[in-house]
Write a protein that binds this ligand. Sequence first.
Ligand code: ADP
Ligand code: ASP
Ligand code: MG
Length: 404
Amino acid sequence: MARIVQKYGGTSVGDVERIKRVAARVAATRAEGNEVVVVVSARSGVTNELIARAKSINAQPNDRELDMLLAIGEQETIALTAMALHAIGVPAISYTGQQAGIVTESMHTRARIVSIAPVNIEEELRKGSVVIVAGFQGITAGGQITTLGRGGSDLTAIALAAAVKADVCQIYTDVDGVYTADPRVVPDARKIHEISYDEMLELASLGSKVMQTRSVEFAKKFGVVFEVRSSFNDKPGTIVKEEVASMEDVVVRGVAVDKNQVKVVVSQLPDKPGSAARVFKALGSAGVIVDMIIQNVGRNGVANLTFTVPRDDAHRSEKAVADVLAELGGGKVQTFDGIAKLSVVGVGMRTHSGVAATLFTTLAEVGANIELISTSEINISVAIELDKADAAARAVHAAFKLGA
Ligand code: ADP
Ligand code: ASP
Ligand code: MG
């Protein structure tokens, strides 16, 4: 007997028929003698619809109220999944994040998990029930409903797998696993059979939305091995685990594209020690995660500072920077859409050279102008024009011979 956590994403529970199919898979897993904890997302599109509805009433909805609203998406699917299991004779109970004992910090819309006390879950598993937990949500110590950031059901699943000491953690989605690039953009992308936490983390944080970044961080920290696989077939998926030596043989593991960033340009920034520090301190206090940064050489006492931030933080960033500029007595801030960040990732980059040369040459060949560059030990990223991004991803994928 094994203890298994299975997470089903939005497309996998997208309608009543699909929820019934999920129930059948869960029932089959239990029939093999396993204990099963299921985490479900909201039906695909529901979270986006709820956000759009909130914004149609108030362009800057209050974060606490937004969490109150967003939590209902997952609450619908847990109840329907439990009912689908009951309909085929399987004992099952649904739990909200609170009922599952998931306690978070109070930062609404992006709360971190502080602790999980799976008392109710353990009790129901002992009785032989399937436990279905709402992904993406938790509760603060003070009783406020929070959500864990977009894609947060992945985090619920991985954190629960650690908390209940699951033997297996499976992330069921609408693709067969993690590919060398988004298979919807790069048709000849290949499925990766095994990938290290670090590579998965980079791919996720650089825009491959197949796994939420924070969920991979959590898995790495607590050593949760998980598999990403399809809920539409029985093919083996991708195992995400600690790095093994042979993984370094591959220089570039995958290509990621992030279309959810905007470029913020601060021009005429008074060029004196501490100006940049104040800008980034203000952004930090506003909870904005700044990504790529360049500052040009100052001239006539002023400098230009350019950086990228997630699109959702554009408004927050502009306001934070404008406040600092007012204090500094100069400078202008503008936000530009229309950029994409393209990245190549691989632990093999630690020991191989020439990756930047191949990347930049390929981008030149497709006429993509590089606006910003950033690197880490295992990735190189560039910001390019949005409308060149998909063609560039295909060309870069081919240049590193990642295709099938
Ligand atoms: P779920 O609703 O199951 O959480 P998501 O939509 O969040 O699913 O993530 C799955 C999607 O991630 C796929 O449909 C695919 O288009 C996209 N994706 C982006 N990059 C990759 C990649 N490298 N490998 C696999 N899928 C990817
Ligand atoms: N429903 C949430 C979202 O769309 C969480 C998830 O699907 O993982 O972001
Ligand atoms: Mg997802």
